[in-house]
Design a protein around this ligand. Structure first.
Ligand SMILES: [Zn+2]
Length: 261
């Protein structure tokens, strides 16, 4: 599933290919996406210039010179395929934006769960989003206030995009391990000291280059993470074994040996 670093990279790639350019045509191909971007909306973006690409949480916002905004969410499998409009269309292309310069941007998604919608000028379909996971303004004071009103454990609370925008299942688990925090503890009871550690941990796990040496094997794809998807494997910090539990319908990986905070 694309998480914040992947969505950030995708938005940058999109910006490189599309910023300042004019949309020649845009259309949804898959029926599920056609329900989200109607033919009338497709016509409304034709001839409009792409003025700004913005990421908010895992949403990509394509701001047009008309004031309207195309809002894209990759969900589980989405990605951009960018190339010349003359190339054969990717078989999993679910929506396509062609630019006046001959570039084709395809929203590819094997499972067709991605979405692309059009927000009219002045309107926003975005859900309430908290501070960005990688924004310097994310600090223990903010987290403390945001978590005070949550009646769930800290792991599902951190997955709530209205608390922290952009944090997903993988990096929440990784950050809780880094900060040595138990994912099952009530969110509202986390102390400022713990949340200070957590904020540092969130920054650390979202910038792989900053990861402490020795804790991660940098083999691509295999055990890239400290806990995520490592059920039954040894903890890299203590003698414990990584466990998997389900919280709010999602898998949580953690080590009960050292995540005691
Ligand atoms: Zn451990």
């Amino acid at each position: 599933m694309p998480e914040l670093p992947e969505v950030e990279r995708a938005a940058r790639r999109l910006g490189k290919a599309a910023l300042g350019k004019t949309i020649a045509s845009a259309k949804a191909i898959h029926p599920a996406l056609k329900r989200k971007l109607s033919p009338a909306q497709s016509r409304a973006v034709r001839g409009k210039r792409i003025d700004q690409i913005e990421r908010r949480g895992k949403h990509q916002l394509i701001h047009l010179d008309s004031g309207d905004t195309l809002v894209v969410h990759f969900r589980m499998n989405g990605d951009w395929e960018i190339g010349p409009a003359s190339a054969p269309l990717e078989s999993f292309a679910r929506a396509v934006i062609e630019l006046a310069d001959g570039t084709r941007i395809s929203l590819v998604d094997r499972r067709a769960l991605s979405s692309i919608t059009l927000d009219k000028k002045g309107a926003s379909s975005l859900p309430k989003l908290g501070r960005e996971a990688i924004d310097p303004s994310l600090d223990a004071d903010y987290l403390s206030a945001a978590l005070k009103r949550k009646k769930v454990a800290i792991k599902p609370a951190l997955m709530d995009q209205s608390v922290v925008a952009g944090l997903g299942n993988i990096y929440v688990a990784e950050a809780l391990w880094e900060a040595e925090l138990d994912p099952r503890r009530p969110a509202a009871k986390a102390t400022k000291a713990k949340l200070t550690r957590l904020v540092e941990a969130i920054r650390l796990v979202l910038s792989p280059r900053k990861r402490r040496p020795g804790r991660y094997t940098e083999t691509r794809g295999v055990d890239r993470f400290a806990v995520y998807d490592r059920e039954g494997k040894p903890c890299r910090r203590c003698d414990g074994v990584i466990e998997r539990i389900v919280q709010a319908g999602r898998s949580t990986y953690f080590c009960s040996g050292c995540q005691r905070g």
